[in-house]
Design a protein around this ligand. Structure first.
Ligand SMILES: O=C(CO)COP(=O)(O)O
Length: 258
């Protein structure tokens, strides 16, 4: 399974800082057997697409639920395709818990995005309170169900080829409090098992499950060694080109551990 690392730039950057980040990313060395994706804010996607090496694919951080039209302030999947995006991040905890998107809405967005041929980085993850109450698996399975269950055709394997699951425990996002490799591995195994039981053994064995939440250049190697951690979704540390490259290249510690 090919390692996958995404950089979620969130609502950060200016034309100038992004130009510097792109030039840093163009000059770092990235291991060849890793899928690398960055997700700039919508308004900078065109700038990034026109200046970043083709080695790195572009993702959006969100998309509209259906075909474009009279939806003020939204960006459609068709527009994202038009501008050269290959992926969309959906169900990020900031959209769930700050903006208020629910499972139903996120599931429909994922179904629509996949139907238009773009890949989905599908985020799941529990709040600290939910972890403390022993509900981590229940919450993640419920969120998986919303992604997987929208339309029966989504169960077909070709659709799943375009899905990467990002496990991002909310308590680890932007807090500097990273999940231990064991904590992350435990949830990744449970999610893979859920896919096996609820979709198919083939999908379970092929789908990348990546970890996000305070991943940085210092902790990525240990996390990458875990068997079921197939990559990372990186926030803060993806704003620094050389550190992001270190995280991409953590694939080498995975190979050593295997
Ligand atoms: O939300 C994240 C990626 O989508 C993780 O953010 P941090 O890496 O800043 O914790």
């Amino acid at each position: 399974m090919q390692f996958f690392v995404g950089g979620n730039w969130k609502c950060n950057g200016t034309k100038e800082s992004i130009s510097k980040l792109v030039s840093d990313l163009n000059s770092v060395k990235l291991e060849s057997d890793v899928d690398v994706v960055v997700a700039p804010p919508f308004i900078y996607i065109d700038q990034v697409k026109n200046s970043l090496t083709d080695r790195i694919e572009i993702s959006a951080q969100n998309s509209w639920i259906g075909k474009g039209g009279a939806f003020t302030g939204e960006i459609s999947v068709e527009q994202l395709k038009d501008i050269g995006c290959k992926w969309v991040i959906l169900g990020h905890s900031e959209r769930r818990h700050v903006i208020g998107e629910d499972d139903q809405f996120i599931g429909k967005k994922a179904a629509y995005t996949l139907s238009q041929g773009l890949g989905v980085i599908a985020c799941i993850g529990e709040l600290l309170k939910e972890r403390e109450e022993g509900k981590t698996f229940d919450v993640c399975f419920q969120q998986m169900k919303a992604f997987a269950g929208k339309l029966p055709w989504l169960y077909a394997v070709p659709s799943w080829d375009n899905v990467v699951i990002a496990y991002e425990p909310v308590w680890a996002i932007g807090t500097g409090k990273v999940a231990t490799p064991q904590q992350a591995q435990e949830v990744h195994v449970a999610v893979r098992d859920w896919l096996k039981k609820n979709v198919s053994a083939e999908v379970a064995s092929k789908t990348r499950i990546i970890y996000g939440g305070s991943v940085n250049g210092g902790n990525c190697a240990e996390l990458a060694k875990e068997e079921d951690i197939d990559g990372f979704l990186v926030g803060g540390a993806s704003l620094k080109g050389p550190e992001f490259a270190t995280i991409v290249n953590a694939v080498t510690s995975k190979k050593v551990a295997a």
